[in-house]
Design a protein around this ligand. Structure first.
Ligand SMILES: Cc1cc2nc3c(=O)[nH]c(=O)nc-3n(C[C@H](O)[C@H](O)[C@H](O)COP(=O)(O)O)c2cc1C
Length: 178
């Protein structure tokens, strides 16, 4: 057994099921997309989900302003788009144009739904807590949309995706890091 905190965390961090956080950007009249792996269900009644967004990410500023969002669950086939969305900031990039994905109207939130995702969940921020270099958002689930008969496997980040958390505040990057 080796004493190594960074190595231990890395070893138990994959596979990681990845969702897409969609937040309305009113100033640019579009919605922004950011892949999110650090998330969990945190209550069944009421239904709550929690996820962590880096304070450096544009999505964090947007969500602090909007207090509502969508969590969309891509299929494994959507890997190229997921990695593209996770490699650039929405400050200067329209990620719907970047991926070719389409935005559909949601029922209760302005962020919309990503067409082609297996599941879309409409969410409202209930609580938040600054946790080191990330903001933990706790959201109520308001509405859910599921593609009937879609048997695709949910997108899961494995080592073959060569996209890894670099640690030391450097976030997710292409490559392998010790
Ligand atoms: C598979 C994957 C999972 C990610 N998970 C998280 C996460 O849980 N939290 C986070 O803050 N960033 C995460 N990222 C990084 C952001 O998605 C990425 O930095 C993105 O470009 C931020 O976009 P924005 O600046 O438009 O908000 C992940 C990226 C990928 C590709």
């Amino acid at each position: 057994m080796t004493r190594d905190l960074a190595k231990a965390v890395k070893r138990c961090s994959k596979p990681e099921t990845v969702a897409l956080l969609v937040v309305r950007d009113k100033a640019r009249d579009r919605s922004n997309i950011m892949p999110i792996g650090w998330k969990m269900w945190t209550s069944g009644q009421p239904r709550l989900v929690a996820f962590s967004v880096s304070l450096d990410h544009y999505s964090c500023d947007l969500l602090l302003a909007e207090d509502e969002c969508t969590l969309a669950w891509p299929g494994k086939d959507m890997l190229p788009g997921v990695l593209r969305c996770g490699s650039v900031s929405g400050l200067n990039t329209d990620k719907f144009e970047l991926t070719g994905w389409r935005l559909a109207p949601a029922v209760l939130v302005g962020s919309g739904l990503i067409e082609g995702c297996i599941v879309n969940l409409e969410c409202r921020v209930k609580d938040r807590l600054e946790t080191g270099d990330h903001m933990l958002f706790v959201c109520s689930l308001l509405e859910g949309h599921v593609l009937d008969g879609d048997t695709r496997v949910l997108f899961t980040l494995h080592d073959e995706a060569i996209f890894n958390h670099a640690g030391q505040g450097k976030g997710y990057k292409f490559g392998t890091f010790t």
